[in-house]
Design a binder for this molecule. Structure first.
Ligand code: 13P
Length: 268
């Protein structure tokens, strides 16, 4: 079965004012116009979701959020629910990003920032959020990945297996089939270090095997697995050409429309 590639830009804490978001989103819309071979998504700050939904209306670009809470309403100051995201035209939600798990691969932000920015994400909260996002008919993009220290200890595969299974607890095989999983080795995020394409493909195979063990072969064949971590125009074609890599989750390079569009084109 051939899986449809999915390329998602993760703007992180950038371009969060209406003017700058509308400008970049319009540039991306123009740069990827006519794309038929892949799904294209922009995951933007909450403050500009409506702006980017409006700017990408009638284009091939869909809009995603970068997190969501698992409750739909209540006394949860600062949280945003999947139903609220759906109501403003969002279709995808990134969950369990290493940055919300408080797992960083770069020296910056410094240690104090890492501790302060630790949002307490765990496999259990990622699982709750995944279920809540699915319940609204949105597509979760669930991130998993090992730190440098875990890689050096030789426990990459077991970390990945635990994170995948932890995210999927209580989710049926049909729903798992429609998910997007993003393998993002933490040490490759924002560091300029890309995981070697063969190794990225091997670990995406570990992700797929974990899905197969949990939800069966059909779900494992259908689920789309992205690679993320310093994906750029000059390494995208090799990564996206790998059999277990079905797309990319792109940080830095998604902030330039031309670079992002070049990565989208590389998925052909
Ligand atoms: P970079 O592409 O900047 O390394 O970020 C990857 C990422 O974290 C996407 O979610």
């Amino acid at each position: 079965m051939s899986r449809r590639p999915i390329l998602a830009g993760n703007w992180k804490l950038n371009k969060g004012t209406p003017d700058e978001a509308a400008t970049l989103a319009a540039e991306v819309v123009a740069a990827v116009a006519g794309t038929t071979h892949a799904d294209v998504v922009l995951c933007v700050p909450y403050t500009v979701l409506s702006t980017v939904v409006a700017t990408t209306d009638d284009s091939v670009v869909a809009v995603g959020a970068q997190d969501a809470f698992w409750k739909e309403s209540g006394a949860y100051t600062g949280q945003v629910s999947p139903g609220m995201l759906k109501a403003v035209g969002v279709h995808y939600v990134i969950l369990g990003h290493s940055e919300t798990r408080g797992r960083y691969g770069v020296a910056e932000p410094d240690f104090t920032d890492v501790v302060l920015a630790h949002f307490g994400e765990s496999d259990e909260t990622v699982n709750r959020k995944t279920k809540a996002v699915l319940a609204q008919g949105l597509v979760p993009i669930v991130c998993i990945g090992e730190t440098l220290s875990e890689r050096e200890q030789g426990i990459t595969d077991s970390v990945i297996d635990t994170q995948v299974r932890g995210a999927l607890v209580g989710i049926d095989a049909d729903a798992v089939s429609g998910l997007v999983l993003a393998y993002e080795p933490v040490w490759a995020i924002g560091t300029g270090k890309t995981c070697d394409a063969a190794e990225a493909d091997r670990v995406c195979g570990v992700v797929r095997a974990a899905v197969a063990a949990f939800a069966g072969d059909d779900a494992a064949t259908a689920v789309r697995i992205q690679y993320g971590g310093s994906m750029k125009p000059d390494n995208a074609a090799e990564l996206l050409g790998m059999p277990n890599i079905d797309g990319g989750l792109i940080g830095g390079a998604s902030l330039k429309a031309g670079d992002f569009a070049a990565i989208v084109a590389a998925a052909k």
